[in-house]
Design a protein around this ligand. Structure first.
Ligand SMILES: [Ca+2]
Length: 400
């Protein structure tokens, strides 16, 4: 049996390639060519080989085609699966994206809502805080102003007190020791401990302004214990002096003297209340006295304002007129007469008003009556203001 290819004829060229001929030669032509028998046998083999090659090639081609088709099919399935997967992925992606968009929108809405709430709360809180801060600021300003006023007033008071205390401490001094506290005036010391004189009248040692000083004690009157703070007896001491001299004292303890406003004030601080006695004597040998159950002088800041009350005695009261007045000197006019310097006009130093009923620190005139401006050592209620007394002694004693 011949194949279709045999019938149509196949020839090998010089290179043993299979050549197909569209019009094969007729068999008579081939068989009639006897001279070429060997060549014919060889050609037949070649044809067999060619057929085998052809079959092989056909098989290979079919296999290749099958493989190609199978591959195409496989790719098609894969493509189809890929397509399906791709669609599913797209759908999943879209769903996911949708869910994400929804979630994102929800979160954004929630965030926006929270943000608005926080901002609202912050605005409210801020307003409240601003109100509170403003309120606190006002309160602080008020407190600061009050504190400043209080501090200013306090500093003025402290300054005033410091000035007074400083002046008082300078002028008065402070008693410290037990000994100092015990021997502060004549009623506190043994009348036989005199330095000069005798147990009735004499010089004793006490502590005034933190220093030992001699005072003159009068134990001859009543129960004794009088501390003498002023004496006039012979005109040997000038009493027309300035404030500082009257503050600190001057004169001779056994003669004429003024103990000093500060020592006097200091002694007056040693007991609750003191009494005052004034002994007077005129040039005719007459003697009178005036006693006051309450006597005191104020601190330096009051200019030693006089307190004298509870008069008794024989000389009548020439001190009541001066009660409550400040102590004036010729260089320190704090009297009650605005048009006159009483101390200067009446040549003394006293609790002048306008101006006096007594002037026991005035000029010691030895001829009476003197006619010069009532400037003598006068006690008006006894010998009048134009009479200068021969003897004057002022003394104090604590009330018991
Ligand atoms: Ca005056």
């Amino acid at each position: 049996m011949q194949s279709r290819q045999e019938s149509e004829g196949v020839y090998m060229n010089e290179k043993d390639d299979v050549v197909f001929q569209s019009k094969p030669m007729p068999p008579e032509t081939q068989s009639s060519n006897s001279g070429k028998h060997q060549l014919t046998t060889s050609t037949q083999n070649d044809r067999d080989v060619a057929r085998k090659k052809y079959k092989f090639n056909v098989i290979i081609s079919m296999v290749v085609a099958f493989v190609f088709i199978a591959t195409l099919a496989l790719f098609g399935v894969q493509a189809n699966w890929a397509s399906v997967n791709n669609n599913q992925n797209i759908e999943l992606k879209e769903n996911t994206e949708s869910a994400m968009r929804t979630s994102e929108k929800t979160h954004l809405d929630m965030i926006q809502e929270l943000k608005e709430k926080i901002e609202s709360a912050m605005r409210t809180s801020e307003n409240n805080h601003l109100d509170m801060i403003q309120d606190i600021r006002h309160q602080l300003q008020n407190m600061t102003r009050s504190s400043e006023r209080y501090h200013s007033a306090l500093m003025r008071n402290i300054s005033d007190l410091a000035n007074v205390d400083d002046r008082q401490s300078r002028e008065i001094g402070i008693l410290h020791t037990e000994q100092e506290r015990k021997k502060v005036e004549c009623s506190k010391i043994d009348r036989y401990a005199f330095k000069s004189g005798n147990e009735s009248r004499g010089v004793f040692e006490i502590y005034v302004s933190r220093q030992k000083v001699d005072v003159y004690c009068d134990h001859s009157i009543g129960a004794g214990g009088w501390t003498v703070f002023q004496r006039r007896m012979d005109g040997s001491v000038d009493f027309f002096r300035n404030r500082s001299e009257y503050v600190n004292g001057f004169g001779s303890i056994t003669g004429e003297f003024w103990i000093g406003l500060i020592p006097l004030y200091n002694i007056l601080q040693t007991a609750e209340t003191f009494q005052l006695r004034i002994d007077l004597e005129d040039w005719d040998g007459g003697k009178r006295f005036a006693e006051y159950s309450r006597f005191d002088i104020g601190s330096p800041s009051t200019d030693y304002t006089l307190t004298a009350s509870g008069y008794s005695g024989t000389a009548a009261d020439s001190l009541a007129y001066h009660n409550g007045m400040r102590f004036s000197t010729k260089d320190h006019d704090v009297d009650g007469e605005s048009n006159v310097n009483c101390a200067d006009h009446h040549k003394g130093a006293w609790w002048y008003k306008a101006c006096h009923w007594s002037n026991l620190n005035g000029i010691y005139h030895k001829v009476q009556p003197h006619l010069s401006n009532s400037d003598g050592t006068s006690w008006g209620s006894w010998r009048g203001s134009l009479y200068s007394l021969k003897f004057v002694e002022m003394k104090i004693r604590p009330n018991t």
